[in-house]
Each structure stands twice: as C-alpha cells, then as structure tokens.
Design a binder for this molecule. Structure first.
Ligand SMILES: N[C@@H](CCC(=O)N[C@@H](CS)C(=O)NCC(=O)O)C(=O)O
Length: 324
C-alpha cells in the first residue's frame, strides 16, 4: 500500500492520525468523460468519443469499485469493445502489481508494466495521490480518462450503445435520477465506503460510529425493500448495482475482516434475496471471483490480519432461488 508523490512511489499506509482515527477516502483525480459523440461530460468534464477498441479498463477482482465497472461492461455486452487487464490480488509495498496467472490476474496487456503506479506516471509524470483501480485508459491519447468508478459506469451505461451487444435497460433513467442519487448518497457513505470506515478505523470511537451508521443504513434498506422491489422504485437501476458489489463481499470479508459483525447479509431476507437476484442476472456471475476477493483482503492488510490466514468459510449459495 502506498502512493505517488510528484511521480515517485512511497510505501505508506492510510493516514488516520490527522482525522481522529477515521478513514477518509480521497476523491479520484482523473475525471474526464467518454461520450457517444465526444462531447463534454455532464459536469463539463473533457469529452472523448466512444470508439470500439480504443479504451482499456484496469481492474482488480476484489475491489468493489472496480467490480461495478466490470459488471456494466458485461451487462451491456461491451467485452469486445473495451479490453481489460486484472492486477494481482495481493497489494503490499508496491501497491497493485501485475503478476499474471494467479486467481484471474493478468499481465498489463498494453504496456507490460510491473506496477499499476507506472500507468499513473505514464499519464502524468508528476502525479501525486493514491494509485487506485479501476482505471479507464485511452490507447489513442495514451492517458487516463477516469479513475472514478461511479462515472465510468455511467459512461458504460449510455456512451457505448453503438457497440453494445446486449439490449440492456437504461440503469440511470432520467425519471429516477433524483431517487437514485438520493439512495446512492446513503449507500456510498454508510455502506460502500462505510465498511472501509469500519475496517480501517484506528480508534474505538471512529469504528463504533462507522459500525452504527453502517447497520442503520442496512436496516433502512431492508425495510425499504419491504415497500418496493428495488432501491429506487420498481425498476432495477445503477443504485442496486452499486449496493450489490458491497453485499456480495459482506459475509465473506467485511463481516469478519472489517469487524462489521452485528449481522450478516444472510440475516436480512430482502438484501440477501436481492444479492442472489443480481448475482444470477445474465453476465454477472462471470465477473465474480470469491477466492480472489478473499485472498486480496485477508492477504493484503498486514495491519489488520498479520498472519494473512484466509478463512475457509462461509459457505454461501448465490445460486439459490431468490423468489423475487
Ligand atoms: N473513488 C474510487 C475509489 C477506488 C479505490 O479506492 N480502489 C481501491 C481498491 S478497492 C484501491 O485501488 N485502493 C488503493 C489505495 O487506496 O492505495 C472509485 O470509486 O473508483
């Protein structure tokens, strides 16, 4: 684990001293946009035109943020249009590395780099910040378009329709945007990022605050699913997919490794059924690699799990009928 400072790699863990033991995630820095015709993004981000074969995605199979982008690529049938490389599950002193062959990890198909930070310094030789996945790379201009998953999934949802093999519904429809944005806020702060706030907290108070916020939000969503089928109403949207990648990892990893142990997802009938439904959605199971997920978290965070032992359980049947 580390970061780049003016283009030089430094091996440092997250700084929680300056924030009373709280884990604070920094905003992603590459925020450009691929649109169908190359016009600028919704908030004025620099636009690049959608083309088949031009863009490349760097992911890790453990990372819930990167997983969203793989899911959208698969849902839309963009596998031929957007190529992918997978960094190795183990993230230690060099950050993400390319070590092909192990649990789905691949080489860097574009540059043959050993480390993901080399992608960042290729885009910006003086980059300062964390080296995160996912990364959407432009082969033509040799630069990073975006390293923000919530924006990459919006691009995949609507910018590449000319090359999409599947006729998928719009997961960010205009009439539900307000509702989706509202649920996303709750889910991002308390659940997606909330589990990390539990796991990376370094004071008791920071942990307990994150724990209470997490399970309040989980309870709230469980109740919401008594009233309506999906998080934003009766239609499956991006909000459900964003929650899904955290729910999938919850019982195998966050419950134990990040001490999110008030309840498991299987203890929430609605959330557990939603997890199974989305897992069984065409194209999604292929993007899920539970051994890679467990190996990454339990094997990379020496401060939390010094022995690196990977627990054998739990046994979960994501293919059980969801009856929804
Ligand atoms: N806001 C980013 C966050 C991505 C992120 O933090 N990815 C993690 C992996 S799960 C990472 O690469 N962490 C490396 C680090 O923080 O040094 C997004 O949603 O794309």
């Amino acid at each position: 684990m580390g970061k780049l400072v003016e283009g030089k790699w430094h091996d440092v863990w997250y700084d929680t001293k300056s924030s009373d033991g709280k884990f604070q995630r920094k905003d992603a820095q590459f925020r450009n946009w691929v649109s169908a015709d190359g016009s600028d993004g919704p908030n004025g981000e620099k636009g690049y035109p959608a083309e088949s074969g031009r863009y490349h995605l760097y992911v890790n199979l453990a990372c819930p943020w990167a997983h969203r982008t793989l899911i959208f690529r698969s849902l839309k049938g963009l596998q031929d249009a957007i190529s992918v490389s997978v960094v190795h599950w183990e993230m230690k002193e060099n950050g993400w590395e390319f070590r092909p062959g192990d649990l789905g990890s691949t080489e860097d198909h574009l540059h043959g780099f050993d480390y993901a930070y080399q992608i960042y310094t290729k885009a910006d030789p003086y980059y300062t910040g964390r080296v995160t996945v996912p990364i959407l790379w432009d082969k033509k201009e040799q630069t990073i378009i975006s390293n923000e998953s919530s924006e990459i999934i919006r691009m995949f949802n609507s910018s590449f329709d000319a090359f999409a093999k599947n006729d998928t519904p719009d997961f960010y429809p205009l009439h539900l945007r307000e509702e989706i944005n509202k649920v996303n806020e709750l889910v991002y702060h308390n659940i997606n990022n909330g589990v990390y706030k539990n796991g990376f907290a370094t004071t008791q108070t920071a942990y307990e605050d994150a724990y209470n916020a997490l399970f309040d939000a989980m309870d709230q969503l469980e109740e919401l699913l008594n009233q309506q089928k999906y998080l934003a109403g009766d239609q499956l949207t991006e909000a459900d997919w964003r929650l899904f990648t955290t729910l999938l990892r919850f019982d195998p990893v966050y419950h134990g490794h990040f001490k999110c142990n008030k309840k498991r997802v299987v203890d929430y009938p609605n959330l557990w059924a939603l997890t199974r439904e989305l897992y069984q959605y065409p194209g999604v199971a292929e993007t899920v690699n539970i051994p890679h997920i467990k190996a990454h978290y339990y094997g990379s965070h020496g401060t939390i799990n010094p022995t690196g032992i990977i627990p054998s359980g739990p046994e979960l049947d994501f293919n059980a009928p969801h009856n929804r």
